[in-house]
Design a protein around this ligand. Sequence first.
Ligand code: GLA
Length: 433
Amino acid sequence: MHLAELLFVSSLSVATFALDNGVMRLPPMGWLAWERYRCDIDCDHDPKNCISENLFMDMADRLSEDGWRELGYVYVNIDDCWSSMKRDDNGRLQADPKRFPGGIHKLARYMHDRGLKLGIYGDMGTHTCGGYPGTTLDKIELDAQTFADWEVDMFKFDGCYSNATEQEQGYPLMSKALNATGRPIGYSCSWPAYQGGLPPKVNYTQLGEICNLWRNYGDIQDSWDSVLNIINWFFENQDVLASAAGPGKWNDPDMLIAGDFGLSMEQSRSQMAIWVIMAAPLFMSNDLRTISSGARSILQNKIAISINQDPMGIQGRRILKEKSGIDVYWRPLSKNASALVFFSRRNDMPYRYQTTLSKLNYTTGSYQIYDVFTEKTMTLKDSTNFVVSVNPTGVVMWYVSAPAKRNIRQFYRGGRLQGSLFDDDNANSPVFL
Ligand code: GLA
C-alpha cells in the first residue's frame, strides 16, 4: 500500500462520524407532547388537551405567532398514543381516525406551511410503551417509508417491549431505513436508556454514527426532584457522555418542563441553564397557549439559546462540586468565549459564593461578563475576587467573552486617547456582583 493510501485508511479508522443525514448539526429545538400531555386521549371530555391534531396545530400556531420559531423552536413532536390500535390493510401504521381526521401527512404540511417541522414517535418492539402498535424488525423499512411518505422530519424510536438483541439489530436498521428513504429525518434513539446509559452495554461511538440524538436516562417528570436526579446522573457520568456529543449527535436529558406546574422560576432558570451547558436538545413540553410570561422569558432567553446553539457543539462539564452546595459548570464556546453556571443545591437562602476566574481555570487577562438572566455586563480580571449570590435551587449564568490580551487596553479615536477599557487596580476586597 502506498503511503498516501495508508494515511487515508488510518485517518478513516480514527475519524468519528456523525449520522450522515445532514440534519441537527445544532441541538434541535421545539415542542414535544409527552411530559405535559402523556396519553390523554379523552377528547370527548377535554378536546383542547387531548392527543389530537388540534393540540399539535394549536402548538404550531403558538410557535409561529409568539416568537418561538424565530428563536429556533421549530419541531412540533407527536409522542405516544397517536396511532390507531390496528395497522391498515397494507400493514402500515395509521393515525387514530377520530383524533387525527386529517391524517399525519396533512399535519406535516400544516407545520411546513408555517416554517415548522413535524416529529413522530414509534417503538422498537411489539408495542409502544403506551400499548399501541410497535415496530418489530420486519416492519422497520415499511414504517420508515411511511414516515417519509408523510413528510415527517424527525422520528423518536422508543424501546419498550423488545430485548437487547432485538434493539441491537433494530436501531441501526432503522437508521439505514430512514436514510434509504432519501428524506432527511432526524433520528432520536431511546436505545441507551433501555441499556442503562453507560458502557460497556452502550456504545456511544456507534450511537453517534447512527442517531442524531439519544435518550440516555429515565423520563423527566414535572418536579424539581426529577430535574435534579437527571442533572446528577448526567454530570456524575460526564466523562463518558460529554465526549459522545457533537454536531449531529447529542445526548438528550429529556424535555424542558419550564412552564408547567412543578418548578419555581429559579428552578426553571436552573433547568434551562444546565440544558444549555449540556448542549442538550431543547424540547419544551408545556402548554404554550397559557404559559406564564416568566416561564416564556426564560425559555426565550436569546443569549441562553445562542449558547446552547454554539456551532462548536461541545458539551459542557461540571468543573466544581463544592461542599457548600454550589456547583460550577463550564462550557467552551466559539470565538474563544465560554459559559459559566453557578448552581445552588442549597435550600436555605441565597449563598454568597466567592471565587476568582483563575480558580475556575481561566488564563491571565480581563474578561467581559454578561449575566444571561439579569442582562448586566461587567469586566473581571482573572485574579479579581468576586462574589456571586446564588438563590436556593437557582443559578447565575454568565457568558464570558474571550480575554483581552492585556489588562489595560487604551483605545484611541482620531489619534486621541479616549480611556481605558479595563480597570487595572488590584482588587483586594471582593467585588460583589
Ligand atoms: C417512554 C419514553 C417517554 C415517552 C413514553 C411514551 O417512557 O421514555 O419519553 O415516549 O414512553 O409512552
